[in-house]
Every structure is written in C-alpha cells, then in structure tokens.
Unconditional design. Structure first.
Length: 365
C-alpha cells in the first residue's frame, strides 16, 4: 500500500522520461532494470535509447526501447552517437533526459537543448577518477567541468565520487548524492561453521575490475581447496586473462537470476577493483547475505564495513588479496553475511534510490 500511495501522488503530475545509454553491459543495465519498474508505474511514459545489439538487457515491461546502430568510441563513433541522439530527441518531447556514463553524457550535453526538458547526468564513475595517465585525467576533468554548465543535475553514486567531482570543480550546487539500490530477493544466511572456500567474481573482465589480480591469487589459493566462479566478460578492452588455473570456472555473462543463484551458492564475493565509483555487485552480495572482500577504493569503502560486513584490502596487491581471503576463514562468515544483509536493507534498496532520484527530477522542474 505504501508503494501505491507514493506512486499515486507522483502521478498527479505526469512525466515523460528518456534514458540515454551508450553501453548497457554491466552496471548501467543493473541500474536501469532496478529503477525502471518504479518509473513505469509512476510516470506517463518511460523510454530507453540504447544500442540495438544491447536492447535485450532491458528486462522491464512497459518501457519503450529505441535502438540505434552501434557507433564505437572513437571520434567518428562519438559524432555518429551525437547525430543519432539529435535526430531522435529533436522530434520527441520529454520532461527529463537522463544521460548515463561518459559517452552518452558527452553526446547528450553537446547536443542542442531540447525545449524545457531537464538534463540529468549520471557518470556511473567519473572518467577522471580512473587509473590512467595524469594528462588524460586532467583533460577528462576539464571536459566534465565545461559540460556541467549544460547540465541541470549531476548524480553522484557515492560520497567518494561526489568528493572527487567537487575537487576538480564540478559545481556542488548541481550535484546530488544518490547511492545505487536494488530490489529485494530471496536470501538465506550461510550455514553455521562452513569454511568460505567458494569464491565468486561478477563483473567486467577489464583492468579496472582487477580480475587478473584474483586469478593470480588463485594460483596459491586453489591448492588450498578454494574455487573461483567468474561471471562476466570484457567490455572496454580485450581480456588478457591467460590460462585459468585449476579451480577457476568462467561462465561468461549471465542473466540476473543466474547471478542471484550463483551468489546463493557462493561463500564470499570478491571485488578486487583498482578503482570503483560504486560497485553494484557489492550490493547484490549484501542482499544475498554474503560477505564481501573488496579493495579499499572509491565507493567500495562505503559499502563494506571492515571486519563487520566483509574485509577491505589494499588495492592492486595479490598478496593483500590472498591474506584477506585467508583471514576470512578465521571469522564468522554467517554473521558477516547477516550484517551485510541488514546494511543493504537500511541503505541500498531500489525504492530508496527511486524516491531520491524522483526528488531530483522534480526539483529541476
């Protein structure tokens, strides 16, 4: 009943919203599939403008999916992306244009403004916070500062992202901190006394996510009885994983329900990221009642309470990751997992995310 009353209040002022995303793989797909069911019930019309080869990642009924041809990420690709967006947006009326990640954020804000529509941008991890050359980071920050003046609202997904944005000169008055959230799902705590030997990694097989660090760690952990299941694939670069050691299984990309099932089977979820704006997989682990071993970087430091819901370890270090995994075997993983579940319920639900984003949409009306 609480959901219904809230949505009826919102529907007193109908709204048309379109989400523009250049790549749905990984976090953006999770974000939208958690958010869209609330928006479909609350708003007059909701659409997603996305690459035609990725339209299947949108699983919410009632959403209009507008596909465009894949563009690539070079200068010509960005020009084509901009042209596709301008052509569509110029002939359609929306109240909110919600841009997701760097490339859609670039194209959507270089385009001419469309009427009185509010322009909302979520970088899902700032490009200038990546582990890249300092000169590149300075260029990215300069571009984002310029484009911020063409944006009505900027969504930061963690306090660390908000702090980084403020340091480089992104106007704080335009920024809002809204943690990612996910809808609830069935869960069960770990059995009492079970040794945490079944590791799970979910995410992109790109350098950022540190899967290479975890695979190297498995060279030492596998002989001790540890196994690792990998779910995901490369998005930004060609994976250079090399030969997988014994005990490591690569399942590739899987559907959300299959990921939930894998988390139910796992003892611990590992996120050895080199940098991370937020870390959706961490929230999925918390929802499943599983402890998280994560690098002490970015938004992961907000997800994990060290030694209470999981373990934080030094980033980009094979030895630190091995030590954290071994240390977990000396802890009560059932209690850690239950604590993680309670933290999810308090701070990282999809309804909470929707309500906070709705306030941002309306504030800029």
């Amino acid at each position: 009943m609480r959901h219904e009353r809230f949505e009826k209040e919102i529907n007193s002022s109908p709204m048309r919203v379109i989400h523009f995303v250049e790549s749905l793989k990984g976090g953006p797909a999770t974000y939208l599939n958690e958010l869209l069911p609330f928006q479909v019930r609350a708003y007059e019309h909701v659409a997603v403008f996305c690459p035609e080869g990725q339209a299947q990642f949108i699983t919410c009924d009632g959403v209009e999916v507008i596909p465009f041809s894949e563009t690539g990420r070079g200068p010509l690709g960005i020009a084509r992306l901009l042209a596709y967006w301008v052509r569509y947006a110029a002939s359609n009326n929306y109240d909110v244009l919600h841009l997701h990640s760097t490339f859609a954020g670039l194209a959507g804000r270089l385009a001419p403004r469309m009427g009185r529509a509010r322009l909302v941008y979520c970088p899902h991890g700032w490009s200038f916070a990546m582990d890249s050359a300092p000169a590149k980071r300075r260029v990215y920050a300069f571009v984002e500062r310029l484009l911020a003046h063409r944006t009505d609202a900027i969504i930061n997904i963690s306090a660390s992202e908000e702090a980084i944005a403020t340091r480089v000169g992104i106007p704080k008055a335009k920024s809002a901190l809204i943690h990612n959230g996910i809808s609830d799902a069935k869960w069960s705590p770990l059995p009492e006394g079970r040794q945490p030997s079944r590791l799970l990694f979910v995410g992109r097989y790109d350098r950022q996510k540190g899967i290479d660090i975890l695979i190297e760690a498995m060279q030492e952990l596998a002989p001790l009885g540890y196994t690792l299941t990998m779910i995901g694939g490369s998005v930004i670069s060609t994976p250079t994983l090399g030969h997988l050691p014994p005990g490591v299984t690569d399942l590739g990309w899987r559907k959300p329900q299959e990921i939930q099932d894998a988390m139910a089977e796992a003892d611990v979820v590992v996120m050895p990221s080199r940098w991370e704006g937020f870390g959706y997989v961490g929230v999925e682990a918390m929802r499943a009642g599983r402890p998280l071993i994560a690098s002490a970087v970015g938004g992961l430091e907000e997800l994990v309470i060290d030694n209470q819901t999981g373990i934080l370890c030094t980033p980009n270090s094979v030895s630190a990751l091995i030590n954290a995994i071994l240390r977990l075997s000396q802890m009560n993983t059932r209690t850690l997992g239950i604590n993680a579940r309670l933290r999810y319920e308090a701070f990282f639900t999809a309804e909470r995310m929707f309500q906070q984003l709705e306030a941002v949409y309306r504030e800029r009306a």
